[in-house]
Write a protein that binds this ligand. Structure first.
Ligand code: DAH
Length: 343
């Protein structure tokens, strides 16, 4: 009687050792059969009482081996299955051509801003940046906008407190640079600005500007003209001509607005230039001595010029975009059109 039970247990051991699985369902069947709460080994433990006393110890050891073997076989089968799954994972074929449709592209504002920066870099202008949340001193007062001066109304401001607002122009960075650096200063300040404007095709409450500043001994309006002429030709083509119209900004004296000859019709007149042959492109002027003094620069010794341009405006002209709003909507159909521009 005992031997029969032993043989059965030995058979079970062989069965476990030979067990093979091909998938996780079969592994689960193994677990239920040999390790589950109603496993087939359990009744065999019950056979202990039918074993002759002198062989009980031997049978106990065999049953232990059986139990441990079931567990280690399960672990081994599980490992093997997992390794097999890992090997079967699809390895990407690196030799396949890239799906260019999914490539991102630079935002047109970034493209134009980078072009502007790159041109002025060549002339020795270095980038400086300032905060978008600005105090009254840097956005207005130091730039010669006295309190209650009507010129403040030129720029509709988002106020945070009486003293703090979102900057209305990047001219605020001029002040920060002049406060911290000694001439010669040659700097260009790209950045986002904010105005409390109703959003329309022509205006937005946020946009981007690039500010330029050059301060040194003997800087003249001729230097300003030559610098901006170089910029206009690099940006819009070698045949571009420029003209200046007198203007007013509190922080420059004299002040001007610069037009470029229309790069679409060459000056003959078209819808882009509203049939004038000229397109307004930026504001500029000689830094007002008051501004230099406000920033701790000796206005007897130094002079400077400054200019400021809207990046959206230039992008709209360059890429013939008639509405400013798409720049801020992140519509992929709009942005994708600039994918081929590599600058
Ligand atoms: N800050 C002016 C604006 O936002 C633009 C500007 C005009 C900047 C003349 C200048 C400048 O530096 O000289 O409208």
């Amino acid at each position: 009687m005992s031997q029969e039970i032993f043989d059965k247990a030995q058979g079970k051991l062989a069965e476990i050792n030979d067990y093979k699985v091909d998938n996780s369902e079969q592994l689960e069947q193994f677990r239920i059969a040999y390790l589950g709460s109603k496993n087939t080994l359990k009744p065999m433990f019950g056979e202990m009482r039918n074993i002759a006393n002198e062989r009980k110890k031997e049978y106990g050891q065999l049953m232990n081996t059986l139990k441990q073997t079931a567990q280690s076989r399960f672990d081994a089968l599980k490992d093997a299955l997992e390794n097999k799954a890992a090997e079967n994972v699809d390895v990407p074929d690196l030799s396949l051509p890239v799906n260019a449709d999914d490539l991102g592209s630079r935002h047109p504002i970034a493209l134009v801003r980078n072009q502007i920066i790159e041109i002025f870099n060549r002339l020795g202008f270095v980038i400086s940046e300032g905060p978008e949340i600005e105090d009254d001193w840097h956005n207005f007062t130091a730039l010669n906008f006295p309190p209650h001066h009507p010129a403040r109304d030129m720029q509709d401001t988002f106020f945070i407190t009486d003293d703090i607002s979102l900057r209305t122009h990047t001219s605020s960075v001029q002040v920060r640079v002049m406060e911290h650096e000694k001439p010669p200063i040659r700097t260009i300040s790209p950045g986002r600005v904010y105005r409390n404007e109703t959003i329309s095709a022509r205006a937005h409450c946020q946009f981007h500007q690039v500010e330029g500043l050059y301060v040194d001994e003997n800087v003249s309006f001729a230097d300003l003209k030559q610098t901006l002429y170089y910029f206009a030709q690099e940006m819009f083509g070698a045949n571009t001509r420029i003209q200046f119209r007198p203007s007013y900004f509190p922080f420059t004296e004299i002040s001007a607005e610069m037009d470029i000859s229309c790069f679409v019709c060459g000056g003959d007149g078209c819808s882009i230039c509203k049939h004038t042959g000229w397109v307004e492109i930026l504001g500029c002027g000689m830094v007002d001595p008051n501004v230099l003094e406000n920033c701790g620069i000796d206005s007897e010794k130094y002079t400077g010029f400054a200019f400021g341009m809207g990046v959206e405006r230039i992008a709209m002209l360059k890429y013939r975009i008639s509405d400013i709003r798409p720049f801020f909507e992140n519509d992929i159909r709009f942005l994708k059109q600039f994918a081929s521009v590599t600058d």
